[in-house]
Design a protein around this ligand. Structure first.
Ligand SMILES: C[S@@+](CC[C@H](N)C(=O)[O-])C[C@H]1O[C@@H](n2cnc3c(N)ncnc32)[C@H](O)[C@@H]1O
Length: 213
């Protein structure tokens, strides 16, 4: 990696990092919901996960506004977990209005309240960069995934070709406080077979499909 394309170190005070982010989401939950709804490219990035979801049991970790979960909830036995209590209530309301059912709860990616090897797919979009402890988060997702199951993830990284605009976009995420990581060593460490594909943002938005052997 080019020396100027640096990744972000994890914060020392991980609890404080999560709480600070959480206060931000609580204040801006409604605005965030509106922003996702009107940004066609954001929706396109999230929907890039849809063809890769395998059932029957699907978990979305950090669903945020729930835009993506609402797209597939009718097709699978769907579970969702998010740290932010306001997002949880908002999604429960949306599901009830649409007459859809999914098991939605508040919780932390670092201690998922599910049995080992329970899910066929785990969806995670634009959220891994909000986790202060990447290994703990990955270890929990790995634990609750069945052998043969998939993590389908969308998140920010540098473009493969280091093009200027894509690099600037990635740096803007970092400046905003996101922990942009090289995901590949992390997937490798947990024994996943994975693909890494650029899906937008001048190469700064990546889709990872990681299979647990
Ligand atoms: C940038 S938002 C992404 C939301 C949504 N997936 C999307 O793509 O629009 C990050 C989400 O991660 C959630 N989050 C942050 N830390 C978390 C944690 N430790 N455990 C579970 N969710 C967390 C936040 O509450 C928020 O919903």
């Amino acid at each position: 990696m080019n020396k100027q394309l640096r990744y972000v170190s994890e914060p020392e005070d991980k609890e404080q990092f999560t709480e600070q982010y959480n206060r931000f989401y609580t204040s801006f939950a409604k605005i965030y919901d509106g922003v996702v709804r009107v940004l066609p490219f954001w929706k396109r990035w999230l929907k890039a996960t849809l063809p890769h979801i395998q059932g029957s049991r699907v978990l979305e970790v950090s669903f945020g506004t729930g835009y993506l979960l609402m797209q597939y909830a009718s097709q699978f036995d769907t579970y969702g977990i998010d740290y932010n209590a306001r997002f949880v209530t908002m999604l429960q309301d949306k599901l009830a209005k649409a007459d859809l059912s999914a098991k939605i709860q508040q919780g932390n990616v670092e201690s998922l309240p599910y049995e080992d090897e329970y899910f066929d797919s785990i969806i995670n979009t634009m959220a891994f960069t909000a986790y202060p402890d990447g290994e703990k988060a990955m270890s929990e997702m790995h634990r609750v995934l069945k052998p043969g199951g998939k993590i389908v993830m969308v998140d920010v990284d540098y473009p493969f070709d280091h093009n200027r605009i894509g690099v600037l976009i990635t740096r803007a995420w970092i400046a905003g406080g996101d922990i942009v990581r090289d995901m590949e060593p992390l997937f490798t460490k947990f024994g996943f077979e994975f693909t890494n594909e650029e899906i937008g943002g001048f190469g700064s938005v990546h889709l990872y499909v990681a299979k647990k052997p």
